[in-house]
Design a protein around this ligand. Sequence first.
Ligand SMILES: [Zn+2]
Length: 59
Amino acid sequence: MPVPVPPEIVCVDCGGRCHLLSHAPEDGFEPGDVTAYRCSECLDRWDLVVADPAEDDLA
Ligand SMILES: [Zn+2]
């Protein structure tokens, strides 16, 4: 099941906006895939593992 991935996230370090570097596969991202973001403020790179939405439901 493809999982929706946000096109940008908030930088943990500086509060700036991090833009998605990774291109979604044809079938979309799957849980366990790694997405990379680059902060437009401090230029830090963030690698995030795509979470499984089914696990979020259990929390
Ligand atoms: Zn930043």
